[in-house]
Design a protein around this ligand. Structure first.
Ligand code: UD1
Length: 389
């Protein structure tokens, strides 16, 4: 079975890595990594392939930055050509970035000019499969991390999630709220399968190296003695007024808890355009760094006192590790991290107060959601066999 794993942007790489490694061990599977090129900087892409022991992408579409339509359209055009030539049996898309929706759209509408012969015993697509009996002439599309909803359509990622889930044939969800959202949208039950959180597989796969690096010492920080900051959502960084208020808040916090802030390229541009980069960089108690590789970054998560973030993945990783997470957003598509985990939604108005209660030992205590156990890739491999073989 020819399987395309679509990887595009930083948060995708740790989602495809455990799955690639699990599929590679299966004699019936030929996993192929397709990198769309949405993230292209060395420290946003290549270092993750090295860290996660992935091979060089087998196929590179070379699509870079652009507006949403440009980026989505260019990935669609480039991937449609590849899919026509390679004829994958299964296309696996992950997360919610522009490339996720682009490859889903392209793959869902393909009709192979030479359809696989349904009577051929080697044809991996079972024509009696209940999901897609009418059209065996296109690849199956599976979405890993399906069903997440922020219910906020001003977020580009929410649009990507809605469209991807409406089209995909197989929907692998990380938690029960994902199942519920899909059922509420009328998705047939047989398409939905809860497999757990694949990010935890990567974390467990790399735990030994993550614990060994002790990178926080390089910044003169002690274990549990600093806050880790990441910000890159358009709603936080694109608006100069909002960004200024956030930077003022970080400067105040830095006076009581040293902050380490690996700066996303989007955020760096916005900070530089407003002159805030230099201001933060010269501020006592705040250390700015380039984006870091997976192992070093996760070492900083493991050892921080609290994370201040607007990232999706960090909300999940901190819940798994039992570390307080202050999410600078009005909503989250990962409510399980609030209901069960250590995550709390914050705004500029209340973040400092919540952080103070954490620093005085009155922080929220959480637990780990079911199936966040490092075995998600194994469950996905089982699911592929069940659905498609
Ligand atoms: C994207 C995803 C977001 C994800 C995030 C993780 C979409 C809509 N957004 O946001 O869901 O959480 O990745 O990082 O798909 N840039 C570089 N170098 C790079 C990559 C990007 O300089 O390697 C710059 C580009 O010039 C671009 C900006 O960063 O203007 C934003 O990149 P883009 O891929 O559009 O979105 P992200 O903000 O990274």
């Amino acid at each position: 079975m020819l399987i395309h794993l679509i990887a595009a942007a930083r948060p995708n790489f740790m989602k495809i890595a455990p799955l690639y490694h699990a599929l590679e061990k299966e004699p019936w599977a030929e996993p192929i990594i397709v990198h769309t090129g949405q993230h292209y900087d060395l420290n946003m892409s290549d270092v993750f392939f090295q860290d996660l022991e992935l091979p060089e992408p087998h196929i590179h579409l070379g699509v870079g930055s652009g507006t949403h339509a440009e980026q989505t359209g260019q990935v669609m055009i480039a991937y449609e050509k590849i899919a026509h030539e390679a004829k994958p049996d299964l296309v696996i898309v992950v997360g919610d970035v522009n490339s996720t929706v682009a490859c889903t759209l392209a793959a869902s509408k393909i009709t192979y000019t030479k359809p696989p012969n349904p009577t051929n015993p080697n044809n991996p697509i079972n024509p009696t499969n209940p999901i897609n009996p009418t059209n065996p002439n296109r690849p199956f599309v599976a979405h890993l991390e399906a069903g997440l909803r922020s219910f906020d359509r001003t977020m580009p990622e929410e649009i990507n999630r809605l469209v991807t889930d409406a089209l995909a044939d197989i929907l692998w969800t990380p938690s029960v709220d994902g199942d519920e959202n899909l059922m509420n949208e009328g998705v047939p039950l047989e398409k939905i399968q809860r497999v757990g959180n694949i990010m935890i597989d990567s974390l467990e796969m790399m735990r030994g190296r993550i614990e060994d690096v002790e990178i926080y010492k390089n910044y003169g920080l002690g274990r549990g003695g600093y806050g880790l900051v990441t910000l890159h959502r358009p709603s936080n960084v694109d608006n100069p007024e909002m960004l200024t208020l956030l930077c003022q808040m970080l400067q105040r916090i830095g006076k009581k808890l040293p902050l380490l802030f690996p700066v996303h390229p989007r955020t760096r541009k916005c900070l530089e355009n407003t002159g805030l980069y230099e201001q933060l960089n010269n501020c006592d108690g705040i250390t700015l760094t380039e984006p870091l590789n997976y192992v070093n970054f996760m070492n900083l998560v493991f050892n921080c006192r609290a994370a201040i973030t607007d990232s999706g993945g960090i909300q999940e990783e901190t819940t798994y590790l039992g570390i307080p997470c202050l999410t600078l957003r009005p909503n989250t598509e990962r409510p399980i991290t609030i209901k069960q985990g250590t995550n709390q939604l914050c705004s500029i108005d209340n973040l400092e107060e919540i952080l103070n209660s954490i620093l005085s030992g009155r922080g929220k205590i959480g637990s780990v959601p079911p199936l966040w156990d490092g075995q998600t890739a194994t469950r996905i491999v089982r699911s592929i066999r069940r659905y498609v073989l």
